[in-house]
Design a protein around this ligand. Structure first.
Ligand SMILES: Cc1ncc(COP(=O)(O)O)c(C=O)c1O
Length: 452
């Protein structure tokens, strides 16, 4: 007899574990095959199910579009569904963004955004620019190229021999700034590091800078210190470097604004969007480009050198359009701001536990960081896998969180990212915070027993 695999899914995060099997979702909740209900405080793999699960109106429009057409030979045809969606998408973006196209995943959108940056420079005769500056401890996708651009040491590990083509600078991490610096001095130091990196690497070789507005999965909802992004954008302009905002997670209302970068008073040159763009009802992501970046392509009548089988398919466009309609009808961006403020207040009550070092976030992109000692900010040993333990306890109690590690230096540091659907209400916020409190209580008492 063939022995069954411990787990039948080849790409599940932990092959030794048995995961509950979800049969369906409704609103903010998921249900497993035993009838257990889970509050999805993560919105899928963070910030996807922004409009909630199981929306009947999504079923209707998807069935309707399937009955019409789902993919096109895009080398030969266009369609009104796609055209009108791309217009809606650019209208949703900041002023001056007039061109967009869709792909399937956040990783593809980021790669496309970077390729567009390269093509922009090349068409203008700037043939030496190809490097991308990004920040350590940030995530920009899981292809080898985007892992190299990103800065998550644990995810890069296996592929080290293929990497190291791009310079990285420090992430802006006020909570752990050097003790002798105030926030303004810290920002100054970070900006000097950025400018020195450009000079050292050769300004004429740098094509673009990329950043998440609020660092999400890698660090647990770390917002930038005041004026940081303004300074970064100023330096980008000084050296002719394009600014790409990775809005895969922070976009589509997650931070209480259409895009995360809107919170910080600058306009990027290119936006890469994903996740919440489709609410998870269909794989969809997009590159949204400013006039400035598109102009050389228009002037030289050159097409963008992209092209994927499922790029700009009518099915994704229809889904994306419906998501925008729902977001507008239910005022989900404003709701995210309102509920985010409330959530943050309630999360701060978790400071009752000494192991909660920092509570942070913007809108409904919230997180906590866990420390052994609140004064020294010493992280727990990575071997304890504390955030994972808390994440598992929360699932047992019926709440899905998004635990992560490596926030301090890529290896050490535990954080919990919380990104519930934007439709969340106050009662459901309480449900999440209560479960987090119970989990923290348990890990504190278990660690006391261990050290007693
Ligand atoms: C900021 C950011 N960029 C890019 C990606 C990659 O998106 P995907 O997993 O859809 O390829 C993610 C995914 O979590 C992300 O959070």
């Amino acid at each position: 007899m063939i022995k069954p695999l411990i787990h039948s899914m080849a790409v599940c995060p932990d092959m030794t574990k048995t995961y509950p099997k979800i049969t369906h979702g409704k609103g903010i909740y998921l249900y497993d095959d035993k009838g257990k209900r889970y509050l999805d405080g993560s919105s899928g793999s963070s910030s996807v199910s922004n409009i909630g699960h199981g929306r009947e109106e999504m079923v209707e429009i998807m069935a309707d579009q399937i009955s019409k057409v789902t993919v096109l030979p895009t080398h030969a045809f266009n369609s009104d569904v796609v055209e009108s969606y791309l217009k809606e998408l650019t209208d949703f973006a900041p002023e001056g963004f007039t061109k967009a196209w869709t792909v399937m995943s956040g990783t593809e959108a980021v790669e496309n955004a970077i390729k567009l940056a390269l093509q922009y420079h090349q068409l203008r005769g700037d043939n030496t620019r190809y490097k991308i500056i990004s920040r350590w401890n940030t995530y920009h996708g899981n292809s080898v190229f985007t892992l190299d651009v990103g800065g998550m040491k644990m995810r890069r590990g296996l592929y080290e021999q293929w990497l190291h083509n791009f310079p990285h600078i420090s992430p802006a991490y006020s909570y752990r700034r050097p003790a002798h610096l105030n926030e303004a001095e810290y920002v100054q130091e970070l900006l000097e590091e950025f400018e020195n990196t450009i000079i050292k690497t050769g300004p004429e070789t740098v094509a673009a800078f990329i950043a998440e507005p609020v660092i999400a999965a890698a660090m647990g909802a770390v917002p930038p210190p005041p004026n940081y992004f303004k300074g970064i954008k100023y330096i980008c302009e000084k050296y002719g470097i394009l600014y790409i905002s990775d809005e895969i997670l922070s976009g589509f209302g997650r931070t209480g604004e259409n895009f995360g970068i809107n919170n910080f008073g600058i306009t990027p040159d290119i936006i890469a969007a994903g996740k919440g763009i489709s609410g998870g009802y269909f794989p969809l992501s997009a590159v949204i480009a400013s006039d400035k970046v598109v102009q050389p392509l228009v002037d030289t009548k050159t097409a963008f050198l992209g092209g994927h089988t499922f790029a700009c398919n009518p099915m994704g466009a229809r889904v994306g359009s419906k998501v925008l309609e729902i977001m507008e009808r239910e005022q989900l961006v404003a709701r995210s701001k309102r509920m985010g403020t409330l959530f943050m207040e309630k999360l701060k009550s978790l400071y009752e536990f000494d192991i909660v070092g920092d509570v942070r976030g913007v809108g409904l992109q919230c997180g906590i960081e866990l420390v052994q000692d609140r004064i020294t900010k010493t992280p727990f040993p990575a071997s304890m896998k504390l955030s994972k333990v808390i994440g598992e306890k929360a699932i047992q109690k019926g709440v899905v969180l998004y635990p992560g590690s490596g926030s301090v230096n890529g290896v050490d540091g535990d954080h919990i990212l919380v990104t519930p659907p934007l439709t969340i209400n106050e009662e459901q916020i309480d449900e999440i915070v209560d479960v987090m409190r119970d989990c923290l209580k348990e890990v504190v008492s278990e660690s006391k027993k261990l050290t007693a």
